[in-house]
Design a protein around this ligand. Structure first.
Ligand code: NAI
Length: 351
C-alpha cells in the first residue's frame, strides 16, 4: 500500500520508514505539519498485524498532534513514530539505540517522547544517542511526568464545560471517571477537593483502593460509561465511544483525558444531537504536550501553569464556534486550522 492510499493520509510533509533486521527494528516516523515548529509526538511501540496498520496509525496520530499543539497555542508541529513489535518481547537497548539513530537522521525535524509501549526509562536510553528525545530528564521545576498537569487541564476543562451549560460549580456534581491511572487518580483528587461526588472504575484493584481511600466511590468497569452523571471523564484508553456505546451514555458532559476517545470524529455530532456536550480530547488533554514543551524550552513552572489555565479559554472559543457547526469536534478542528493558518501564530502564542 502506498502512503497516498491510506485513509489517514492528509498531505503529510514527510513520512519515512527505517529497518534494522538484525536488531528487529521496523519503524516509521511521520511528520504531518511543521509550520508552527519542529514536529513533536510520542514514539509508540505496538505489535501491529501489518505494515499498513502501522502506517495508518502513525499518519492518524501525527495529524492529531498537529491539531493538539496548534489548539494549545504551542510553537510545535505534529509528528509521531511507531515501532512495529511487542514491547514486552522485542524491546532491547540496542533496538532503542537504533531508533534514536533513526531519529537523529531527521536532524531535529522530529522530536520524540514516550508513548504507549515506551517508557521514561526507554527515553533515557534513547537520549544517550539522540538529543531529539524528550521526557528523559527529571527537571527539578516540572518533573518528568506530565500526568498531574494533564489532570489539572482536564479539571479546568470540566469546570468550563459545566459553566458553559449554566451548571455552576462542581460542588455536589456527579462525575464518573473511567480509569484510575496517572491522570484519572489525579483528576479524582482535584474533583473531590472541589466537592464533587466522584465515581471511578478501573480493572486494577490497587488503583481502585487508592481512589477509594481519597473518598471516591468505586463502580464496576462495565457500568461506568452508562452512569447517570453530570460528567463522564474517560481517562483509560481510546475508542470507548462508538456507535454501540454512544446511545447508552447518560452524562450531560463528556470530558476526559483519553486520546481518541471517539472511534470516529463524526460521532461528536450524534452526541450533540443528544444534547451531550462533548469536549474534544485533543483540546482538553493539552496539559501533557504543554508540559513536554516546557521541559524542552526550559519555561518556568509559572509559565506552564499559565498555559494550562488557558485551556478553558480555548474550550470556550470552540464551544462558541460549535454553535455554528455540527459538533465541538469539527469546531476544534476548525479552530486548530485557523491557528495553523494564521502565519504569526507561533510568535504570538510563544509570547
Ligand atoms: P495509565 O496507564 O496511567 O492509566 C490508565 C488506567 O486505565 C489504568 O489504571 C488501567 O488499569 C485503566 N483501565 C484500562 N482499561 C480500563 C477499563 N476498561 N475501564 C476502566 N479503566 C481501565 O494512563 P494515563 O497516563 O493516566 O493516561 C490515561 C489516558 O489519557 C490515556 O488514553 C492517555 O493516552 C491519555 N493522555 C494522557 C496524558 C498524560 O499526561 N499521562 C496526556 C494526554 C493524554
Amino acid at each position: 500500500m502506498s502512503v497516498f492510499d491510506s485513509p489517514y493520509y492528509d498531505h503529510h510533509e514527510y513520512v519515512v520508514s527505517h529497518s534494522r533486521p538484525e536488531l528487529g527494528l521496523q519503524a516509521i516516523v511521520a511528520i504531518h505539519n511543521s509550520q508552527l515548529g519542529p514536529a513533536v509526538g510520542g514514539c509508540r511501540m505496538f505489535p501491529y498485524d501489518t505494515g499498513a496498520a502501522a502506517l495508518d496509525d502513525v499518519l492518524r496520530l501525527s495529524r492529531g498532534m498537529t491539531y493538539k499543539s496548534a489548539l494549545a497555542g504551542l510553537p510545535l508541529g505534529g509528528g509521531k513514530a511507531v515501532i512495529i513489535g511487542d514491547p514486552q518481547r522485542h524491546k532491547t537497548p540496542a533496538l532503542l539505540d537504533a531508533m534514536a539513530e533513526f531519529i537523529n537522521s531527521l536532524d531535529g525535524r522530529y522530536i520524540t517522547a514516550e508513548d504507549s509501549g515506551t517508557s521514561v526509562a526507554d527515553m533515557a536510553i534513547m537520549r544517550r544517542t539522540s538529543r531529539y528525545v524528550l521526557g528523559a530528564e527529571n527537571l527539578q521545576h516540572i518533573g518528568a511526568d506530565p500526568s498531574p498537569y494533564t489532570a489539572r487541564g482536564v479539571y479546568l476543562g470540566i469546570r468550563a464545560a459545566l459553566a458553559w451549560r449554566g451548571e455552576g460549580e462542581l460542588t455536589g456534581k456527579r462525575v464518573a471517571i473511567q480509569g484510575a491511572g496517572a491522570v484519572g487518580a489525579a483528576l479524582c483528587r482535584l474533583l473531590l477537593a472541589a466537592g464533587a461526588d466522584v465515581y471511578v472504575a478501573d480493572p486494577d484493584p490497587r488503583r481502585c483502593a487508592a481512589v477509594q481511600a481519597l473518598g471516591a466511590v468505586v463502580v464496576p468497569v462495565d457500568q461506568v460509561l452508562t452512569m447517570e452523571v453530570d460528567v463522564l471523564a474517560p481517562c483509560a484508553m481510546g475508542g470507548v465511544i462508538s456507535a454501540a456505546t454512544l446511545p447508552t451514555i447518560q452524562a450531560a458532559v463528556v470530558a476526559g483525558a483519553a486520546n481518541n476517545m471517539l472511534v470516529d470524529g463524526s460521532l461528536a455530532s450524534q452526541l450533540a444531537e443528544r444534547d451531550i456536550l462533548y469536549v474534544p480530547d485533543f483540546a482538553i488533554n493539552a496539559g501533557g504536550i504543554m508540559t513536554v514543551y516546557c521541559q524542552r524550552s526550559g519555561e518556568s513552572l509559572a509559565e506552564l501553569e499559565r498555559r494550562i489555565e488557558s485551556i478553558p479559554d480555548t474550550l470556550n472559543a470552540l464551544f462558541a464556534l460549535a454553535e455554528g457547526c455540527a459538533s465541538t469536534h469539527i469546531a476544534a478542528e476548525r479552530l486548530a486550522q485557523q491557528r495553523l493558518h494564521s502565519t504569526d501564530v507561533g510568535l504570538r502564542q510563544a509570547g
